[in-house]
Design a protein around this ligand. Structure first.
Ligand code: PRP
Ligand code: URA
Length: 214
């Protein structure tokens, strides 16, 4: 991983265990959604480890103490549709986060992202943006999302994925070396259709019970 200092692959046993459930083709959409949510919480926890704090007075039942609170204004940017399943867990972790939806789908022939929905206001309202998308395959969707956020004025951007392909990591980090990627797994490669191998199939279809799974 030395080639990509900004790639953080979780080593936590709970993450590794849950990822096996997610990959299993027998895992039904209800369980799949549950595990997406649990993994999102765990990865969000790791992605926020360097969030900025500020001092605040806290009155305990016994005395006044110098406490802390989160200083960064955090924006969650789920990429529709598969990123939707990651939002609730992240909001549990950061209840004051703002959620800005971005709709991108990957054209299955060209594998290029197509933007169809953008709810961002004119200028950035947050200090730290977390892009939420379970899959980083060619990196086209993530790169497009990062470009949208940078035009918006975002300066600190992290990408939270459940599974990443080396091709996608290379594409994102060579175009945007300032971005940090948090993932549960760096998989082997893409297949000829642009699916991550061994992967988990189509993350949107598996969450929402639609279509084929790879
Ligand atoms: C999936 C996934 C990513 C994208 C990754 O979305 O959720 O957004 O593909 O592929 P890339 O790295 O090659 O761009 P998809 O286009 O299937 O849309 P969906 O979430 O609506 O199913
Ligand atoms: N999108 C998915 O949902 N899965 C893949 O393997 C690649 C892109």
């Amino acid at each position: 991983m030395a080639a990509w200092p900004n790639l953080h692959v979780s080593q936590h046993p709970a993450v590794r265990h849950k990822l096996g459930i997610l990959r299993n083709q027998k895992t039904e959409p209800k369980k799949f959604r549950e595990v997406v949510r649990e993994l999102s919480w765990l990865l969000g926890y790791e992605a926020l480890a360097d969030a900025r704090m500020r001092s605040v007075d806290v009155q305990t039942p016994l005395e006044l103490m110098a406490g802390e609170e989160l200083a960064d204004r955090i924006g969650l940017i789920p990429i529709l549709r598969a990123g939707l399943g990651m939002v609730d867990a992240m909001l549990e972790l950061m209840p004051t986060a703002e959620v800005w939806h971005l709709g991108l789908f990957r054209d299955e022939k060209t594998l290029r992202p197509v933007e169809y929905y953008n709810k961002l206001p004119d200028s950035a309202t947050v200090d730290l943006c977390l892009i939420l998308d379970p899959m980083l395959a060619t990196g086209g969707s993530a790169t497009a999302a990062i470009e949208v956020l940078k035009k918006w004025g975002a300066v600190r951007i992290k990408l939270v994925n459940l599974i990443a392909a080396p091709e996608g990591v290379e594409a994102v980090l060579s175009a945007h070396p300032d971005v940090e990627i948090y993932t549960a797994s760096l998989d082997r490669q893409l297949n000829e259709k642009g699916y991550i191998m061994p992967g988990l199939g189509d993350a949107g279809d598996r969450q929402f019970g639609t279509g084929q799974t790879g």
